[in-house]
Design a protein around this ligand. Structure first.
Ligand code: G4P
Length: 524
């Protein structure tokens, strides 16, 4: 197959959801339908990350689980699907957000009883930065939940995106009988089998078929017809509006029962976008260009505890990767040969012989790579739009062995560069502050400081709760910094950052200083 055909068949996406909405279950079912795993339960092991941080670290180090599932690739129909994992639960971190810079579309999974929850909203905000197309799956229809119209209203109101239902549930909870495929105008029933539900052989064309009443009872049949009448007043699904991030097609189902997942996957490979162009500071890079380009969106350290190794995850954005090719590390101005890039199948890692835009390759132990770095075949490019996110959790690093202060600083700086957590120096005083989005990040830093830098440090709580990078005209900026010296810090790039006790306090400061900009995200 030629390069352009390979690119055109790639579909690279991630799942965004609030913990417990069903991301793991859907991932597993997608892999199952994609033929990448044979048995349900294979991905479940990963759910151990719901438990204590120490369990997670132990699990990760013993089995490298989070790496083998960082990217899951499988073929479905004639498409090559790359599903990127978005760490959730305890291992939620900036990585979760940055993964979204490496995809071409996203699948939003909602718990039908809960609608849009906090983390989903935060992840959607990140999708918005690049107008990433989003498909929606409302899960757990086998339980009582919101009326589907209320669910649509919640999505539209909370996320400010238009909804276009593509399937529609018939009943809910105990009475969940099937779905209506709006585009195909078909009724698809499910039947109860020993361990859940399965697609029934019976499919009806249109909701007016009188057999519908026999199958689901007159009440549900009438309700469906009424619903369809109301739905006909909504804007229909428009692929262009979806591709521009203005409309989300909505599917209903029950992942644990394999209900509606096949329809979702079929639609996904049909409508989701192939690899998209990307902005650099210099120009826009198109995937069809011949020369290789890519950027690092995640660094994973200590896959193998004994070797202090690291893997840089690179999203390919143009050209073609071939084993042993030479790449330019643009920030360092250095070329290096890549002999052992890794690719990720659903459960295995393999040495990549070739890879294409949309694919993710893992570069092992190219120590100098950082999140945000650009790789090319020689062109001086810097991909833009890879954000850092204002942390929400803060700790003060306190040295337990006073003679190691240099090693502590070095460790914090290097781990900060890698993106393991953010590191801030106060302009007054000497309390280094670590910032994170998930509390597990502090445990990871603490354990890595000890094993890699020989530093024992304790992380103490501090009365800080919100951070913003500040920019603006230099006179105003200077005055603000002078007036708030005790709350100003520098991040590892030297950017001034205002860190206060609460969201309220940073918003108040922003209101009082209209000439300054207070940023929650910052490009790196
Ligand atoms: P997450 O990765 O988004 O956190 O969610 P996960 O898939 O782990 O699912 C969270 C819980 O919701 C699990 O139950 C899972 O079985 C359940 N679940 C997923 N899809 C459905 C569905 O369609 N219907 C119903 N009723 N439940 C669903 P758990 O009790 O935490 O674990 P388990 O012991 O049941 O596996």
């Amino acid at each position: 197959m030629n390069r352009l055909d390979e690119i055109a068949r790639r579909r690279t996406f991630a799942i965004i959801s609030h913990p417990d909405a069903g991301k793991t279950t859907i991932t597993e079912k997608l892999l199952l339908f994609g033929g990448a795993i044979q048995m349900a339960g294979a991905v479940k092991a990963r759910r151990s990350d719901k438990h204590a941080a120490s369990d997670f670290l132990a699990v990760e180090q013993q089995r490298g689980i989070s790496v083998s599932t960082a990217v899951m690739s499988f073929d479905y129909r004639d498409r090559a699907v790359n599903l990127l994992d978005t760490p959730g639960h305890e291992d939620f971190s900036e990585d979760t957000y940055r993964v979204l810079t490496a995809v071409d579309s996203a699948l939003m999974v909602l718990d039908n009883a809960k609608g849009v929850e906090a983390r989903t909203q935060a992840l959607m905000d990140v999708c918005r930065l690049r107008d990433t197309p989003v498909m929606t799956f409302s899960n757990k229809l086998d339980r009582e939940g919101l009326d589907p119209f209320d669910l649509l209203a919640d999505v539209e109101k909370t996320l400010k995106i238009a909804c276009a239902p593509v399937t529609w549930p018939i009943g809910m909870g105990q009475r969940f009988a099937g779905i209506y495929d709006i585009l195909g105008q078909r009724v698809i029933f499910y039947e109860a089998v020993k361990r859940g539900l399965k697609n029934s052989q019976v499919v009806l064309q249109g909701a007016d078929d009188p057999r519908l009443d026999d199958m689901v009872g007159a009440r549900l049949a009438d309700k469906l017809r009424e619903d369809l009448e109301l739905l006909s007043a909504l804007e229909p699904f428009e692929r262009d509006a979806y591709l521009q991030g203005q409309q989300t097609p909505v599917f209903f189902g029950s992942a644990v029962n394999n209900f509606g997942v096949q329809e979702l996957l079929d639609a996904f490979v049909e409508i989701a976008p192939p690899p998209q162009e990307r902005a650099t500071l210099q120009r826009t890079v198109h995937p069809d260009e011949e020369a290789f380009t890519g950027f690092v969106f995640k660094i994973q350290a200590n896959l193998d505890k004994a070797h202090h190794d690291r893997m840089a995850f690179v999203r390919i954005t143009s050209g073609r990767y071939e084993r042993r090719m030479k790449l330019r590390h643009v920030r360092k101005g250095k070329d290096f040969a890549v002999n052992n890039a890794t690719m990720f199948l659903a459960r295995d890692r393999v040495i990549a012989e070739e890879a294409f835009p949309g694919d993710i390759i893992g570069l092992h132990n190219h120590g100098g790579l950082r999140v945000g770095d650009t790789l090319t075949e020689g062109e001086e490019l810097k991909f833009s739009g890879i954000p850092a996110f204002a942390p929400e959790l803060f700790r003060r690093a306190r040295l337990l062995d006073p003679l190691k202060s240099k090693a502590l600083l070095k460790g914090l700086e290097q781990l900060g560069e890698e993106g393991a957590a953010q590191f801030f120096r106060p302009i007054e005083g000497s309390d280094y502050i670590l910032g994170a989005l998930g509390s597990l990040q502090f445990d990871v830093i603490q354990s890595r400081l000890e094993t890699e830098y020989g530093v024992r440090a304790a992380f103490e709580g501090v009365p800080l709760g919100a951070a913003r990078w500040i920019t603006g005209p230099s006179a105003e900026l200077h005055t603000f910094i002078e007036q708030n010296r005790r709350r100003i810090y520098h991040d590892i790039h030297g950017n001034p950052t205002f860190i206060a006790q609460s969201e309220w306090a940073v918003n108040y400061a922003a209101d009082q200083n209209p000439k300054l900009s207070f940023h929650k995200t910052m490009e790196i």
